[in-house]
Design a protein around this ligand. Structure first.
Ligand code: FBP
Length: 267
């Protein structure tokens, strides 16, 4: 990793990346709880909240909407992704080059690597091309480090997640986005394994405000540098309120309780 590679998508070394690639990865079902969020403009608007340091989208959304928001938020272009219609072993085609992403105004690229999948070798080779090209274009590199597939018995096992973060570091990612490994201790070990690669917590499926904020608090206390979150923001009835609360926990060091008391979050 390079120093400063992720400055544009961070504040005080921490990131809150609003992930919105779900229309590809999961399909329209993810917009059901909040049907307006099928309109990308609604979610780009959320990305202008002070708490959000960047929005992560696929190239199609970046092309169509980012020009209207370029002054208000930074951009991570996710350069690979698979639909939920695919029924094979976990795999993900590259659909955008870093050069093209840079032309769209990206500050960083996002890349999913399914360690343990049958095609880990192919994905790792593609990552090499993406990472080296990202360096040429001064883009940060965020790895969605998701062990999954035939070689992985339990994708949320703490050793597996620590390994995923280490893979991200070994292969040259600046940020490893990992699932919460279940406890502060396990997150601290994940952070230790990722060394100079920053760890951000992946949001996961929607849960209640208190439990979500507590998990974020535990991750931050364990040394994580923020989170990359989608459903736990845009599926909420009041996404602004949870962003207000996240801002306090991620950037101000507040506890979940303090953030709830101050913002009124509590869905
Ligand atoms: P969430 O916060 O909604 O979990 O989003 C993070 C994310 O990595 C998205 O970028 C991606 O679409 C999705 O999770 C993938 O989730 P899954 O674990 O189902 O593959």
């Amino acid at each position: 990793m390079l120093p400063h590679a992720t400055d544009a998508i961070s504040r005080d070394g921490k990131s809150l990346i609003l992930a919105y690639d779900h229309g590809l990865e999961h399909g329209p079902v993810d917009f059901d709880p909040n049907p307006d969020t099928a309109d990308p403009e609604r979610v780009f608007e959320l990305a202008t909240h002070d708490a959000v340091t960047a929005i992560a989208v696929q190239k199609g959304l970046a092309e169509a909407y980012y020009p209207d928001y370029a002054d208000d938020t930074a951009l991570v272009v996710k350069v690979n992704g698979t639909s939920n219609l695919w029924m094979g072993e976990p795999d993900t085609p590259v659909n955008c080059t870093p050069e093209y992403a840079a032309g769209l105004g990206a500050d960083a690229v996002g890349f999913t690597l399914y360690g343990g999948a049958n095609n880990e070798i192919g994905m790792a080779e593609e990552f090499r091309e993406v990472q080296e090209s990202a360096r040429e274009h001064d883009l940060g590199v965020v790895m969605w480090a998701y062990p999954r597939g035939q070689g992985v018995r339990n994708e949320t096992d703490d050793r597996t997640i620590a390994y995923a973060a280490r893979i991200a570091h070994e292969l040259g990612a600046d940020i490893a986005k990992v699932k919460y490994p279940g406890s502060s201790e396990a997150m601290a070990e994940t952070v230790r394994m990722s060394a100079r690669t920053s760890v951000v917590m992946s949001g996961g499926s929607k849960t209640n405000d208190e439990s979500f904020l507590r998990t974020v608090e535990k991750s931050m206390n364990a040394g994580a540098k923020g989170l990359a979150v989608g459903r736990n923001v845009f599926q909420r009835d009041n996404p602004i309120e949870i962003l207000d609360a996240l801002e306090l926990v991620v950037f101000e060091g507040a506890s979940a309780e303090e953030a709830i008391a101050e913002t009124g979050a509590g869905e």
